[in-house]
Design a protein around this ligand. Structure first.
Ligand code: GLU
Length: 486
C-alpha cells in the first residue's frame, strides 16, 4: 500500500459534465480531503473518434464552479504530469509490447470486415453477440493462430494490427475487493480479449487507465458502476504488469437512475422531463443545448449537497450538509449499492433550503447579476439587500428572487384588473385617491408607518383594510401575487 491517498477523476472529453460525473468528483474530493490526500484530474482522450472540442474546458469550468478544483491536473500541473493522455502517447506502447513478450497479450491483424464476418458466423441464439475471446481467437488472424514467421512477416510489412489482452486459456476466478460492494468474483471464461493498443498506436482506455493509475500512484479508483464489467480485465492487466503490491482499492459507485427508477439517468431525460442534468449549460456538437444547474439558478452548496445524498446518507436523517460537514462525515461504508433515483423536486428543495440558510451577502453577487441580465441595473446595494432579505425565503431557484423582487425596481406595465373588477366600487376609488394625496414620499416612510396609515384611513372611511389589499397589490405590482407586505 502507498502511504498518501491519491484519487483521480478520469473523464473522457466526449461531452459536458453531467451530474453522475460531478458526483464521482465529489466523492473523490471528499475522500481525498478526509485523508489529507490529493485529488487528480486526468483527461482520458485516447479515443479520437469520440473527442468533442470544448469538452475538457467545460469539465474544468464546471469543477471550478462547484469549488471542486483538482490538486493536480492539466491546468494545475504536478509531479506526475502530463495529465492528458494524448500527451502521454509514447508511454503506453512499450507496456503493451511487454505484455506480448510475457504471453499475456498478442498481435491481432483482423480487419474490420473480418471481425464483422466473425460476428455474423458465430452468432447464435445462446450467443447473440459473439466476442473475440479464447474460444474464437484461434480462428482469427493473430500471433496465436499464425506461425511465428507469418507474424514476423506481417509486422515487418507494417500490416495494421492491434494488441489484445490474452485472457487465460483455462477459466480462472478473478476477484476484487470493492470498498462499497465487498468481494466480487468474475470468471475469465466470460471475458473477451480486449484491445489494449489500437492500430494507430493509441492505447485504449483499459490499458491507459491502468498504466496511468500505476504511474500516478493512484490509491483508490472511484468510478461509476457501469465500469464494473471492465474491472477484472483491469485487475489482470495490473497484475501482469505491476504485480499486486500497489493495486488500487476499487470503489464502484451506485448509478444515478431516472426519476421512475427505470434505467440510468441520461442527458435526454433532462430535455424530456424538463430538468437539468449538466452542471452548467452545455451545447452538443450538433448544436443542441442542455440546461445546467448553474444557469437554472442553483447554489453550488445546494447542488453538491443534493449530489452527495444521491447514494449516501449519514444514518441520522440529517439532509443539509455543507461541504466541510460532508468532508467530516462522508464514509464509504454508508454509500448504498443500489442505484439512486434522481428527483428534481427534491433537488429544488435542497436549493430552497440553501437559499433560506444563505446570508444576504452570499446571495448578493449572483442576484445582482441576474437583475442586470433582466435590464434592471442595480445602483442601490442597500435596497437590493433589503429586497433579497424580504423575498429569499420563498424562492427555490435564484431567478425567482428577481421575479419576486423586481416590483421594487420597476413599475408594472400591465395590471390584472379582472381580479379586482368584481368588487370594485366608488368608495374604494375614493379611498385610493385620497391615500395618494395624503401620503407624501419622505424619510418617514416605513412598512409599519404605511400600514398604520392605511388601516387608519380605511377605518375613517368605513372600509375594511382587508378588502383594500388586493387592489393595492395590483396597483403596485400588477398582479395578485407579490412579496410579503406589498
Ligand atoms: N475515462 C473513463 C470515463 O470516461 C473513466 C473510467 C474510470 O474512471 O476508470 O468515464
Amino acid at each position: 500500500m502507498r502511504s498518501e491517498v491519491r484519487v483521480r477523476y478520469a473523464p473522457s472529453p466526449t461531452g459536458g459534465l453531467h451530474i453522475g460525473g460531478v458526483r464521482t468528483v465529489l466523492y473523490n474530493f471528499l475522500f481525498a480531503r478526509q485523508h489529507a490526500g490529493r485529488f487528480i484530474l486526468r483527461i482520458e482522450d485516447t479515443d479520437q473518434s469520440r473527442f468533442v472540442p470544448g469538452a475538457e474546458e467545460f469539465i474544468k469550468d464546471s469543477l471550478r464552479w462547484c469549488g471542486l478544483e483538482p490538486d493536480e491536473g492539466p491546468t494545475q500541473g504536478g509531479p506526475f504530469g502530463p495529465y492528458r493522455q494524448s500527451d502521454r502517447k509514447a508511454i503506453y506502447g512499450p507496456y503493451a509490447e511487454q505484455l506480448v513478450r510475457a504471453d499475456r497479450a498478442y498481435y491481432a491483424f483482423d480487419r474490420p470486415l473480418e471481425l464483422e464476418t466473425m460476428r455474423a458466423r458465430y452468432k447464435s441464439e445462446e450467443d447473440p453477440n459473439p466476442q473475440y475471446d479464447r474460444k474464437i481467437r484461434m480462428k482469427m488472424r493473430n500471433s496465436l493462430s499464425l506461425t511465428l514467421e507469418e507474424t514476423e512477416r506481417l509486422l515487418e510489412d507494417g500490416t495494421p494490427h492491434v494488441i489484445r489482452l490474452k485472457m487465460p486459456e483455462e477459466n480462472i476466478a478473478v476477484s476484487l475487493d470493492d470498498l462499497i460492494r465487498g468481494r466480487i468474483e468474475f470468471q475469465t471464461e466470460n471475458l473477451d480479449d480486449k484491445v489494449l493498443l489500437k492500430a494507430d498506436g493509441m492505447p485504449t482506455y483499459h490499458l491507459a487507465a491502468v498504466i496511468d493509475d500505476y504511474l500516478m500512484d493512484i490509491t483508490h479508483v472511484f468510478r461509476g458502476e457501469e465500469w464494473l464489467p471492465s474491472a477484472p480485465a483491469h485487475v489482470l492487466i495490473w497484475r501482469y504488469l505491476f504485480g499486486e503490491e500497489f493495486m488500487p482499492q476499487w470503489v464502484h459507485m451506485p448509478l444515478i437512475l431516472k426519476p421512475d427508477g427505470n434505467g440510468k439517468l441520461s442527458k435526454r431525460d433532462g430535455g424530456r422531463l424538463g430538468f437539468p442534468v449538466f452542471a452548467m449549460d452545455w451545447t452538443d456538437p450538433n448544436g443542441e443545448t442542455h440546461q445546467g444547474f448553474k444557469e437554472i439558478g442553483f447554489l453550488q452548496e445546494a447542488f453538491l449537497n443534493m449530489l452527495a445524498m444521491l447514494g449516501w446518507n449519514d444514518g441520522t436523517g440529517q439532509e443539509i450538509f455543507s461541504l466541510d460537514e460532508l468532508i467530516a462525515k462522508f464514509s464509504l461504508e454508508r454509500v448504498h449499492t443500489s442505484g439512486a433515483k434522481f428527483d428534481y423536486e427534491k433537488a429544488k428543495w435542497f436549493n430552497h433550503e440553501w437559499i433560506k440558510r444563505s446570508s444576504v451577502e452570499r446571495l448578493y453577487g449572483p442576484v445582482r447579476d441576474l437583475f442586470g441580465q433582466k435590464g434592471l441595473v442595480q445602483d442601490d446595494p442597500e435596497k437590493l439587500r433589503a429586497v433579497i432579505a424580504l423575498v429569499k425565503d420563498r424562492c427555490s431557484l435564484l431567478p425567482e428572487i428577481v421575479e419576486q423582487g423586481r416590483f421594487f425596481f420597476e413599475a408594472p406595465t400591465s395590471w390584472d384588473l379582472d381580479s379586482i373588477r368584481p368588487k370594485w366600487n366608488e368608495m374604494k376609488f375614493r379611498f385610493f385617491q385620497e391615500w395618494v394625496d395624503r401620503i407624501e414620499d419622505g424619510p418617514h416612510w416605513s412598512a409599519t408607518w404605511l400600514e398604520e396609515r392605511f388601516k387608519m384611513q380605511a377605518l375613517e372611511q368605513g372600509l375594511k383594510a382587508g378588502d383594500l389589499q388586493l387592489p393595492l397589490r395590483v396597483m403596485l405590482v400588477g398582479e395578485k401575487k407579490g412579496p410579503p407586505g406589498v
